[in-house]
Design a protein around this ligand. Structure first.
Ligand code: NAD
Length: 366
């Protein structure tokens, strides 16, 4: 059974779905692996490293004809007919984001899996691309803020005077938020965090940050551990509470999300007006609408002296480690779906059922 790894088609995508190390391990476990020439270059993995690991390096047409294509982003619609009819593809995409593409994958009888649909259950953790890539994004968000702000993070006592530590506020303490807390602390900032799920308070404190408490009368967490959308009244209370909190912050890293929904607005335009000039907001929710009312996806704007960054695909800007973790996730997933050299499509299995987007000509997730 041959695994194919294409060069990612999107201009802002520097990751590659398999690293030489993981390709070598797959080869040892009985797969053939074929990489498109140059596919790993932007992530600093040269073709020679793949060849040394036992993978074949070839042109795009040959790679696309593999039994299982593994990639970071979804196939490009124009290229779907070039994939092996009846083959499989493993990628990371929201099927609802492009229904026409999903229909096309089904028509070409591809068995397509999306790793962003994995259930957040313990046995799926080694395959969890949302967590691995959010870890990278949370870390990088703090570095973006650190280079945009006109201050140093740590408190410094010098002959030229004493500098107070920067105050960083993290909104949403999920995987990205917790990594942002840890990174900001390592740089010496005083860190505060807020989340609607009270369960995260201890995790926030164990990383050396203070948890901002707001009395919430409703249960804001689903049985699966995710946040729920708040009632209008609680959301209004939250906006007022956060308008006060952001006034004291030098940096706000916003990571709040609700699976499958638009991101909640947590910082209004009026709240931005109350912030100090020179402050920085990094809005990791830019892709799904933004946690700040003023965020522009993919852009950096300044309002009343406050810089608002809405970066997209941050994980791709740390391509080596992001690819390394992604490749490990993919290989754990392959071990789950392939048995004795054949695709194991047991739809009783929660992992297979929830990640399979198309199979046997049918759309299963839209
Ligand atoms: P996410 O990206 O869906 O959301 C980020 C954070 O935003 C969450 O902490 C959420 O509570 C918060 N949030 C949502 N609405 C908010 C609001 N109005 N105000 C403030 N904060 C708000 O979350 P995630 O990082 O994907 O993690 C979600 C959960 O899944 C966490 O409990 C995490 O520990 C858990 N998880 C479990 C596994 C597993 O395998 N068991 C793996 C990964 C994550």
């Amino acid at each position: 059974m041959r695994i194919g790894v294409p060069q990612e088609a999107a201009a802002n995508e520097r990751r590659v779905a398999l690293t030489p190390d993981v390709a070598g391990r797959l080869k040892k476990s009985g797969f053939e692996v074929m990489i498109e020439r140059g596919a790993g270059t932007a992530a600093f993995f040269p073709d020679e490293a793949y060849t040394a690991a036992g993978a074949a390096v070839s042109d795009r047409n040959s790679v696309l004809q593999s039994d299982i294509m593994v990639q970071v982003q979804a196939p490009v619609p124009a290229e779907v007919p070039r994939y092996r009819e009846g083959g499989a593809v493993v990628a990371s995409f929201q099927p609802g984001g492009d229904p026409a593409l999903v229909r096309q994958l089904a028509q070409h009888r591809l068995t397509a899996f999306s790793l962003v649909l994995l259930p957040r259950i313990t046995r799926a953790q080694p395959m969890d691309v949302l967590s691995s890539q959010a870890t990278v994004a949370g870390y990088k968000a703090v570095l973006l803020a650190a280079s945009a702000i006109g201050k140093l993070f740590p408190m410094l006592v010098t002959a030229a005077g004493t500098l107070p530590a920067a105050r960083v506020l993290i909104l949403g303490a999920g995987v990205a938020g917790l990594q942002a807390i840890a990174t900001a602390r390592r740089l010496g900032a005083i860190v505060f965090a807020f989340d609607v799920r009270p369960a995260v308070k201890e995790q926030v404190q164990s990383l050396g940050a203070s948890f901002l408490e707001m009395a919430i009368d409703e249960h804001a967490e689903t049985a699966g551990g995710y946040a729920k959308e708040l009632s209008e009244e609680t959301h209004r209370k939250e906006l007022a509470f956060l308008a006060g909190a952001v006034k004291d912050a030098d940096i706000v890293i916003a990571t709040a999300a609700i699976p499958g929904k638009k991101a909640p607005v947590l910082i209004t335009a009026a709240a931005v007006q109350g912030m100090k000039p020179g402050s920085v907001i990094v809005d990791l929710a830019a892709e799904t609408g933004g946690n700040c009312e003023l965020t522009q996806a993919g852009a950096e704007i300044v309002r009343n002296g406050v810089a608002i960054l809405g970066p997209l695909n941050l994980a791709s800007t740390v391509p080596l480690h992001a690819s390394q973790m992604y490749a490990k996730n993919v290989s754990a997933f392959l071990a789950h779906i392939v048995q004795d050299g054949r695709l194991r499509l047991d739809f009783e299995d929660q992992i297979i059922r929830e990640t399979c987007v198309t199979h046997a000509g049918e759309v299963r997730k839209s």
